[in-house]
Design a protein around this ligand. Structure first.
Ligand SMILES: NC(=O)C1=CN([C@@H]2O[C@H](COP(=O)(O)OP(=O)(O)OC[C@H]3O[C@@H](n4cnc5c(N)ncnc54)[C@H](O)[C@@H]3O)[C@@H](O)[C@H]2O)C=CC1
Ligand SMILES: N[C@@H](CC=O)C(=O)O
Length: 344
């Protein structure tokens, strides 16, 4: 059996979802895959930082957090390390980067990731900033250090959109990727069509753990645009930046707009697209009215859907969760399973 020591940076929705899965699926991971996941360090800006070389009981972490609102009273041999100290001193095999996404600089996550890779650690991240802004550099660094980077959770949470595209469909020649790529906005639009106000629906999406810490990223389309950039660059060999995406969000859509769509038997959806053309590419994120018969009309709540158009297989569509605590925590498990497979 192989034990992987994990250092988790950021103990919000996804960090807690991951910890719950590590607790609930411990025996299955050992029995089916021969891997034991040991959380040796948790570092969070507000909830505190703790380190134990023998690993923490995941249930204790979650119950302490529920009881106290933070991990500051959790019994630990060492407390108070910042992210840099955690990466340098924890001796972890895998850095799990789950801090806030910053789509302007990718910081501080990108610095955490460079430091971990330079230290010979594998990295799993659901943070979209480093992937949308710096992935080629990070991939090169990982290669030179003979370690792996997992990014499954950056698009469609734990629904394996990245691995399906990257591991299975790349050779089929992906020419276009299109779909609903943001859970928060799909949830809000659906709730509004059931009569909720925009503000209330957004609040619910935040409570359910779907929204970004700053939900402007969701509702103005930046998050979906980052996913378009990630997919275009990874799967279609483009060199997109966020500025290349013609972006519009949903914050201007009113209940009256939703009612108009309903009267036409249509639904508003925020749709992301990236397509290769003979003379270049096009990339966009915009709200569109789709008819009730359209395949995307039935995608409800925080569910996402993505269609890969390929030269050899035509269209392949994947539907599944696009956000959520356990749903995104599971993406880290997928990354670790792939890291394990590729390094043994
Ligand atoms: N919630 C979701 O459904 C999904 C989230 N993501 C991404 O995963 C990451 C985590 O998401 P959530 O857990 O929902 O966010 P969150 O806002 O619930 O938690 C982030 C945590 O990171 C901590 N943090 C921020 N900067 C830090 C730093 N420099 N050092 C240590 N801790 C720091 C914060 O205190 C907070 O507790 C984000 O980058 C988000 O974009 C990706 C896919 C889905
Ligand atoms: N805020 C994002 C979370 C996943 O990337 C979303 O709502 O899709």
């Amino acid at each position: 059996m192989k034990t992987y020591k994990l250092a988790i940076i950021g103990f919000g929705n996804v960090g807690q979802g991951l910890t719950k899965i590590i607790s609930d699926k411990k025996n299955l991971l050992i029995a089916k895959f021969g891997i034991n996941l040991s959380i040796v360090a948790v570092c969070d800006l507000y909830k505190g930082s703790i380190y134990n070389s023998n690993g923490f009981d995941p249930e204790t972490l979650l119950s302490d957090l529920e009881k106290n609102g933070d991990l500051k009273s959790t019994l630990a041999p060492i407390t108070g390390w910042n992210a840099t100290e955690t990466i340098d001193n924890s001796g972890a095999d895998i850095l799990v980067e789950l801090a806030f996404t910053d789509l302007q600089t990718g910081e501080p996550a990108v610095s955490h990731i460079r430091q971990a890779l330079n230290n010979g650690m594998h990295v799993s991240m659901t943070n979209k900033g480093p992937v949308a802004l710096h992935f080629p550099e990070l991939r090169k660094l990982a290669l030179s250090k003979n370690v792996q980077i997992g990014i499954e959770g950056t698009v469609m949470s734990g629904t394996p959109s990245i691995n399906l595209g990257n591991e299975m469909l790349l050779a089929a020649g992906i020419t276009k990727v299109q779909g609903i790529l943001n859970g928060t906005t799909n949830y809000i639009l659906g709730e509004m069509s059931s009569g909720s106000k925009y503000k209330d629906a957004l609040k619910q999406a935040q409570e359910l753990g779907y929204a970004e810490a700053d939900p402007t990223g969701d509702v103005e389309g930046y998050d979906a645009a980052a996913k378009v950039v990630i997919l275009g660059n990874l799967l279609m060999d483009l060199s997109l930046t966020l500025d290349d995406v013609d972006r519009q969000g949903i914050s201007h859509i009113t209940n009256a707009d939703i009612a108009d769509a309903t009267s036409l038997n249509k639904h508003w959806k925020l749709i992301g697209t990236v397509e290769k053309h003979s003379d270049g590419f096009s990339a966009s994120v915009k709200p569109e009215m789709v008819s009730s018969e359209h395949p995307l009309a039935s995608i409800k709540g925080a569910t996402n859907a993505i269609t890969y158009t390929t030269e050899l297989l035509g269209d392949i569509t994947l539907i599944g969760p696009g956000a959520g605590r356990l749903e995104t925590g599971y993406a880290v498990i997928e990354d670790i399973l792939l890291i394990h497979k590729k390094s043994t």
